[in-house]
Design a protein around this ligand. Structure first.
Ligand code: HEM
Ligand SMILES: *[C@@H]1O[C@H](CO)[C@@H](O)[C@H](O)[C@H]1NC(C)=O
Length: 329
């Protein structure tokens, strides 16, 4: 009797191990080849049209992938709307009102639902859309392993614990990315995404007007660039609630390239988290390398985007395939 029970336990253990291994298969390139063969094409067409109309949308979509993956993994939790009693990621000040491109994801999803219902996850749509945006603005192309499933949870309170603020120094950024399994060089490489898109004045205006007790203006900021920024960003005051935007990379604002790193060399990094990469000994050499080797940087960028896209993903029968990207089924 005892040996039968032991045998049964061994069998149960084997079944359990194989089922749980099956529950979370890895992401795979060409995942929708048989279930929705036009998926990647439909997404890239939707992104391409949207970016042609408004080049800033490419930046929005690249950033959306980052904000999705760093909070609860790449599970499209960033797309879920707040519900009564549950403020969602989407409404945290890091996302609202600056994160853009939601309607592009919704447009792609609507077409995919018409063609292959309940098949393509919102998390995969974000990953493909980020790739297509990098392709369109930087000529950087890479294959996106897919098969992500959508999460059912999104909590505003998880955003500040996971997304780095623009005031972080190099050591803090290194630690933040390390917690997501990304190396120092990958952190510096991915920051190159700031060669496209914009920032609201509120994300850096303390560098212009209220740096510290000794300096009103950040001494690590090129004075000519600071003077230009002051013409774009008025000093914050109660009377003035406006919060304009300026390009993160003032030279080639809509081209994803290594010019971002050249700006850092010139002390024209817009955010503290940008300039620190050059002013910190632990990362300055990587910045210089990326200035010298633009092709090398674009290769590293592609690889780092794939790695970022695999953070804490749900696969197999975890999570769900949402019908609408902004609400759980
Ligand atoms: C290293 C830490 C990072 C920090 C502290 C940071 C912070 C920020 C901030 C504050 C903005 C401007 C938001 C606003 O005020 O409008 C921004 C914009 C942006 N970020 Fe980051 N970011 C980081 C890394 C990344 C990464 C890894 C990516 C993507 C791979 C990324 C992509 C972007 C893009 C494309 C924009 C422009 C968005 C637009 O124009 O809509 N960032 N980031
Ligand atoms: C202000 O910033 C400068 C430059 O980063 C630094 O050297 C100085 O120690 C800071 N002063 C205070 C009071 O924090």
């Amino acid at each position: 009797m005892a040996s039968i029970a032991a045998g049964f336990h061994a069998l149960a253990l084997i079944l359990f191990v194989s089922v749980s291994a099956m529950a979370a298969p890895p992401l795979k390139v060409g995942y929708y080849l048989y279930t929705c063969p036009l998926a990647e094409l439909i997404i890239s067409k939707t992104v391409s049209d949207a970016v042609s109309r408004n080049p800033g949308m490419a930046a929005g979509l690249v950033r959306m992938h980052f904000h999705d993956c760093f909070v609860r993994g790449c599970d499209a939790s960033v797309l879920l709307k707040s519900t009564p009693g549950n403020p969602a990621e989407r409404d945290h000040p890091a996302n609202n009102p600056s994160l853009r491109g939601f309607e592009i994801i919704d447009q792609a999803k609507a077409q995919l639902e018409a063609l292959c219902p309940m098949t393509v996850s919102c998390a995969d749509i974000i990953a493909f859309a980020a790739r297509d945006s990098a392709h369109k603005t930087g000529g950087i192309y890479y294959n996106v392993p897919a098969g992500r499933r959508d999460g059912r949870v999104s909590r505003l309170a998880e955003v500040p614990q996971n997304l780095p603020p623009p005031t972080f120094n190099a050591q803090q950024l290194i630690a933040n990315f390390a917690r997501k399994g990304l190396s120092v060089d990958e952190m510096v490489t991915l920051s190159g995404a700031h060669s496209i898109g914009v920032s609201h004045c509120s994300s850096f205006s303390s560098r212009l007007y209220a740096f510290n007790v000794t300096f009103a203006q950040d001494p690590s900021l090129d004075p000519a660039y600071a003077a230009y920024l002051k013409t774009k960003c008025p000093p914050p005051s109660n009377a003035n609630q406006a919060n304009p935007t300026v390009p993160l990379d003032s030279i080639t604002a809509n081209t994803l390239d290594n010019s971002y790193y050249l700006q850092l060399l010139k002390l024209r990094g817009l955010l503290t988290s940008d300039e620190t990469l050059y002013t910190s000994p632990s990362t300055s050499g990587m910045v210089v390398n990326n200035v010298k080797n633009g092709f090398g940087w674009s290769m590293k960028f592609a690889n780092a985007m794939v790695k970022m896209g695999s953070i804490d993903v749900l696969t197999g029968n975890q999570g769900e395939i949402r019908k609408l990207c902004s609400v759980v089924n």
